[in-house]
Design a protein around this ligand. Structure first.
Ligand code: TXA
Ligand code: MG
Length: 337
C-alpha cells in the first residue's frame, strides 16, 4: 500500500442547511468526490475528530480503511450522511431516534438503529450486524461530499489503530501519510472528542453506547428519561468497539493525580493546579477556567504533545464528570489502560 497523500485545503464551504448540499463551487471538491467514487480514502474533518472516509456501500473501499489504520478486527463503522432524510433510507428510526435526530443533527451524535433490508451499506461497514450507526455531522465537508456522491461515507477516526484520535490535519499526516489518498485540512476540530453513540430500537432501552461530544444530560433532557448504560446494565445492548483499550499514548498515564512527580508531565484542569505542579516537566492546562467544552477540544492534542521521550509519564488532574467531563474521563481511562 503506497500512495502519495495529497494535502487539500478547501476554501470556505457553504451548505444548504436542510439537504447538506454545497452551494457554489470549491476548488478540489470534484477531485475529492471522484477519489471517493473510485474507492479511494480521504481524511475529512468533522466537528468531533478527523475521520478516514470511504464509500460505505463499497466493501473493498471499506476494507481499505481497516488496512490503512492497521485495525486488527472489523469493528463496525459509522456511516455519515448529509441529512436525516438521507439517513432514513438506511435505518429504521423509532420515536426516540427521530426525537434525537431532530434535536441534535447536524451534530456530534451517532444513532445506532436497525438497518433497513434494502440499505446499500456494505456488510463490512456494519460488521454484519443487523444494526447500523448513522450520523449527520455539523462539519460541512463530510455532508457535502456524501450529498454529491449520493452515498453514505463510512469513517472511523483517522488514526492508526489504538492511537489517539486526530483533531488536526497534521495528526492525520503523521500517522497515515503514504497510506491514504487525500487529507482535507480545515483546521482544528471544534468539539475534539468523538460523537456520543446512542442505541435506539423498539423493545429495548435507549442506551448510551459511548459518551462523547454531546453532553449526556442534554440527551436525557431531550428524551425526558435517563439513558441505559452499555456494560453496566444486563439488559442494555453493547458496542463492539468499546471493549478494547484505545486512545493509548506510549507513556504511562496516571489518572486523578492529586500531585505531580518529578519527570512527569501534568495535564491540569481548572484554576487550581495539583500539589507539586512546579516539579512537572511540562504542564498543559486543558481549560484554566474549568470549562469542559474547552477541555474536550484540547484533550487529544495534549496527549499527543506530551507523548515524547523525555517525559516519563503523564499525570492527569481530576476532571469533574459534568458536561463533556464524562467523555473526557472515558477517553482518559482508556489512555491509562
Ligand atoms: O466522532 C466520531 O464518532 C468519529 C467521526 C469520524 O465521526 N468516528 C468515530 O468512529 O469515532 P469509530 O469507528 O472510532 O467509533 C465508532 C463506534 C465504535 O465504538 C463502534 O463499535 C460503534 O461506534 N458502532 C458502530 N456501529 C455499531 C453498531 N451497529 N452497533 C453498536 N456499535 C456500533
Ligand atoms: Mg477511533
Amino acid at each position: 500500500m503506497s500512495h502519495t497523500t495529497q494535502l487539500w485545503t478547501p476554501d470556505s464551504l457553504v451548505l444548504d442547511p436542510d439537504s447538506g448540499s454545497l452551494t457554489g463551487s470549491v476548488a478540489g471538491f470534484d477531485a475529492a468526490c471522484d477519489c471517493l467514487a473510485g474507492g479511494g480514502l480521504v481524511a475529512i474533518p468533522t466537528e468531533t475528530v478527523y475521520g478516514l472516509a470511504a464509500d460505505a456501500t463499497n466493501g473493498k473501499a471499506v476494507a481499505g480503511i481497516f488496512d490503512a489504520k492497521s485495525r486488527p478486527s472489523f469493528n463496525p463503522l459509522i456511516s455519515h450522511l448529509p441529512s436525516l432524510d438521507a439517513a432514513q433510507k438506511h435505518g429504521q428510526f423509532n420515536e426516540a431516534a427521530l426525537k434525537l435526530a431532530k434535536a441534535f443533527w447536524p451534530g456530534p451524535l451517532t444513532l445506532v438503529v436497525p438497518k433497513k433490508g434494502d440499505s446499500a451499506i456494505a456488510d463490512l461497514t456494519t460488521a454484519g450486524l443487523g444494526s447500523v450507526a448513522l450520523r449527520v455531522p455539523d462539519a460541512p465537508l463530510m455532508r457535502a461530499l456524501s450529498f454529491a456522491l449520493d452515498k453514505p461515507l463510512a469513517a472511523p477516526s483517522a488514526n492508526r489503530s489504538g492511537r489517539v484520535s486526530p483533531t488536526h490535519a497534521a495528526h492525520v499526516m503523521e500517522e497515515l501519510e503514504g497510506r491514504i489518498d487525500m487529507v482535507a485540512d480545515l483546521g482544528p476540530c471544534s468539539v475534539g472528542v468523538e460523537s456520543s453513540v446512542v442505541y435506539c430500537a423498539d423493545g429495548e432501552p435507549v442506551t448510551l453506547l459511548r459518551p462523547g461530544g454531546l453532553a449526556t444530560e442534554a440527551i436525557e433532557a431531550c428524551l425526558g428519561q435517563p439513558l441505559a448504560r452499555a456494560g453496566s446494565d444486563d439488559q442494555a445492548p453493547t458496542s463492539p468497539g468499546m471493549l478494547t483499550s484505545h486512545y493509548a499514548p506510549s507513556r504511562p498515564v496516571r489518572l486523578n493525580a492529586a500531585s505531580a512527580r518529578a519527570g512527569e508531565a501534568l495535564i491540569a484542569f481548572g484554576p487550581t493546579l495539583p500539589q507539586g505542579a512546579e516539579a512537572a516537566a511540562e504542564i498543559i492546562n486543558l481549560s484554566p477556567t474549568g470549562d469542559s467544552l474547552e477541555a474536550a477540544k484540547n484533550l487529544f492534542a495534549a496527549l499527543r504533545a506530551l507523548d515524547r521521550d523525555e517525559i516519563t509519564a503523564i499525570a492527569v488532574a481530576p476532571i469533574p464528570m459534568d458536561g463533556l467531563g464524562e467523555a473526557i474521563n472515558d477517553r482518559l481511562k482508556r489512555a491509562a489502560a
